[in-house]
Design a protein around this ligand. Structure first.
Ligand code: UT7
Length: 339
């Protein structure tokens, strides 16, 4: 018997407010047709313009994952939160979420790997469990993008793509005799290349500036908004995502055709189309996409995808599931799971 980690339950949450592509035209020069054809997105959910925080969304998703796992917060001995839109610069969002969940004392860890954050978090949870530092880990990916984007025409290349939302998974230690049938994580594979850090980033506030973390024309310059070189990101995503997915399969002696369900990061439907083509996935139904309804929720796309696939009856016990992500950093990562 080998000590491994399995996903015991997942949950997700998006705010009620739906923003359609047509809705966006009131703020910027764009169109439903451009957004659909370039990205596949039809709508996204944004929080109301109130005091809702990222950890509030994370709390809802976490509670749903706990319910799905049949556990209470008292059963959790580690909390990991992946986000690029933290409640505050510090302390980490995991600390804010921990206070809301009511689990003081356990480790609370922030993961800052953007779109790959949830997969990085899954790898960390798996290693903490395998190393017996934790038995049951609550892993959350949560984002509020709508409060941190330039929704004028100048920022439209980014602001039409991103949505708010959260997803969570409860991961627990399991003794595995038969990996071909028992639910567990086979392995995770993590990569980054910081040479591309400024291809998708937010310039400030930053320690670059002196004596403060902002300078005089900070807001005028729009240094607080995310900036992206979309074509470069696209080009790397369609290479790195299939590459890292294949790495997970090869590490465990599986072929592409063995995978029952692919959950890719949701940045662009065209990226996922090219990734599937490169991998030679023969059946479109094996790729589960949610970008049409939620846009890109960065660290939350993978757990939202898992939860939505479950709700849609597309994810069943015993399935071989490959998850893969690519994003800002650049970072890219994959995990292979027996569900
Ligand atoms: O999860 C993080 C990772 N992020 C990604 O993976 C995103 C990767 N990149 C992409 O998905 C695509 O590059 C985009 C969807 C962002 C853009 O698609 P594109 O086919 O690369 O378009 P483009 O940037 O080349 O822009 C084409 C045209 C430009 O106009 P001109 O210069 O041809 O006149 C843009 O100004 O489309 C214009 N444009 C828009 N038009 C209407 C850019 N954004 C918009 C918009 N609405 N929202």
């Amino acid at each position: 018997m080998t000590r491994r980690t399995r996903v015991l339950g997942v949950g997700s949450f998006v705010p009620d407010r739906i923003v359609t592509n047509d809705d966006l035209t009131q703020w910027m020069d764009t169109s439903d047709e451009w957004i659909r054809t370039r990205s596949g997105i039809e709508q996204r959910h944004w929080v109301e313009p109130d005091d809702t925080t990222t950890s509030d969304l994370g709390l809802e998703a976490a509670n749903r994952a706990l319910d799905a796992a049949g556990l209470s917060i008292d059963d959790i001995d580690m909390l990991i939160v992946a986000t690029l839109s933290p409640d505050h610069e510090f302390p980490g969002t995991a600390c804010f979420l921990q206070a809301k969940l009511g689990c003081p004392g356990i480790p609370a860890i922030d993961v800052r790997q953007q779109c790959s954050g949830f997969v990085y978090g899954m790898a960390q949870a798996d290693m903490f469990v395998r190393g017996a530092m934790a038995d049951t880990v609550l892993l959350v990916g949560a984002e509020i993008h709508s409060k941190a984007m330039d929704i004028s025409t100048e920022g439209r290349d980014i602001s039409v793509l991103f949505g708010d939302g959260a997803g969570a998974a409860v991961l627990q230690a399991v003794d595995v005799d038969d990996p071909s049938t028992q639910a567990h994580i086979y392995s995770s594979h993590l990569h980054a290349d910081g040479n591309y850090a400024k291809e998708l980033w937010i310039e400030g506030p930053s320690s670059t500036y002196s004596p403060n973390r902002w300078d005089n024309d900070f807001l005028e310059r729009g240094a607080q908004w995310p900036k992206m070189n979309g074509k470069t990101v696209f080009k790397h995503a369609v290479t790195r995502m299939p590459e890292v997915a294949l790495e997970a399969l090869e590490a465990n002696d599986f072929a592409v055709a063995d995978v029952d369900l692919w959950i890719f990061h949701q940045a662009n439907m065209r990226i996922n189309y090219f990734a599937a083509k490169k991998l030679g996935i023969d059946d479109d139904d094996k790729v589960f996409n949610t970008i049409q309804r939620f846009g890109n929720t960065t660290a939350a796309t993978i757990p939202i995808g898992l939860d939505e696939a479950l709700k849609a009856g597309r994810l069943e016990p015993g399935m071989l599931v490959c998850i893969a992500a690519f994003g800002s950093g650049f970072t890219w990562a994959s995990s292979l799971l027996r569900w």
